[in-house]
Design a protein around this ligand. Sequence first.
Ligand code: KG4
Ligand code: ZN
Length: 360
Amino acid sequence: MILAIESSCDDSSVAIMKASDFSLVHYEKISQEKEHAKYGGVVPELAARLHTAALPEVILRAKEHFSALKAIAVTNEPGLSVSLLPGIVAAKALATALNLPLISVNHLVGHIYSLFLEGPIKLPLGVLLVSGGHTMILGISENGVISVLGATSDDSFGESFDKSAKMLGLGYPGGPQIQNLALKGDDRAYDFSLPLKGTKRLEYSFSGLKNQVRLACLELENSRIPYSVIPRLDRGISSENSRIPSENSRISSQQKANIAASFERVACLHIIDRLKLAFSSQKWAHFGVVGGASANLRLRGMLENLCASYDCELLFAPLEYCSDNAVMIARAAVTKYHNKDFCGSLEMHPRSSLENLKII
Ligand code: KG4
Ligand code: ZN
C-alpha cells in the first residue's frame, strides 16, 4: 500500500491505495473552506497553520495501515509554498520513521489521474484542466508525455468564478455559489462579450469577463454607495478588482442571479470556443476534464456536446474527486511506485510547469 499526502492549497488530505489493484483502503480530507470563506479567498498564513494542525491528526488516523505501507507519496509541486511545506515535512518525517521510500507527485498530474480512478488509463488523450490555479489544454501522447497546448494568460477559470462571486457578495469558493445562483437567473440578461473573440490563439483570458461583471455590479449599485476595499488576500487579486460592493449592496437577488448566469454562460462558452480550435488540429479518441472547476454542470453539458460532435469519448473524474484530494495523488504515486520512480531528496517547487512531464 502507498500512503499519499495532499496539502498544496486549502485541503489537508491523506489516502492509502493498494499498489496491486488501485483499490482505496483509506481516505480522509479536511477542507479549510469555512475558515477562508470570510476572507473571500485562500489566506496563505491561515492555510499553513491549519495544515500544520490537521496533517498529524489525519495521518495518525491511518495508523492501523502503517505496517502494510511500501512508500510515502506527497504533492511537492505546484501550489502555495506555505501549504506544500507542511505536507512535505510530514511525508519526510513519516518516511524516516517507517524507513520507507518517498515518491513526489505533481498536483496537476494528480488531477489527470483522477480520470483513471475507476477505469484504465486511456491514451492518447486531450485534457482540459480547470482549477482555482490553472486553466490549460493538454495533449497527452500514446507514451504518456504531456504537452501544454494552451493556458490562461491571466485569471484561471475557477478563479474568475471565485472573484465574480466575491463581487456579488456570495461565499467562497465561488464556483458552486455561482453555479447554484445561476440556476435562478436569466443567462441572456447581460450580453457579456466573449473573450479573445476573432483571434485564433489557443489561449484563455478571464480578466476582461471578470471586469465586465464588476462593471455590471457598479452600474446597478448607486455610485455614491461606498465601496469596501478588500486587501490582497487571495491568489493575485488586483487592487482594482478587489473593489467589491459593500454590504449595503442594492443589487437584488434576481439581478445577482442574472449576472451569475450571464457570467457562467460566457465563461463556459470561452472554454468551448478555444477547445474547438484545439479539436480542429488534434485527433483525440478520448478527452478528459479535470480540476475542481470540472464539477461545473453547465461546462460538463457543453463538453458533452462538443465531444459528441467530434466522435470523442468524454471522461470525467468522479464528482467527489474533482476538487483537491489525496486519492488522485495516491493513484499517480502507484504508477510511480511500479516504475520504481522514488526520490532521494524531495524538493518543493511551488511554480512548476507540466511541459514534457510523463504520466506513465
Ligand atoms: O482543483 P481545486 O479544488 O483547487 C485548485 O487546485 O485550485 O479547484 C478549486 C476551484 C475553485 O476556484 C472553485 O471555485 C472551483 O474550483 N469550482 C468551480 C465549481 N466547483 C469548484 N467552478 C465552477 N463551477 C463549479 N461547480
Ligand atoms: Zn487542484
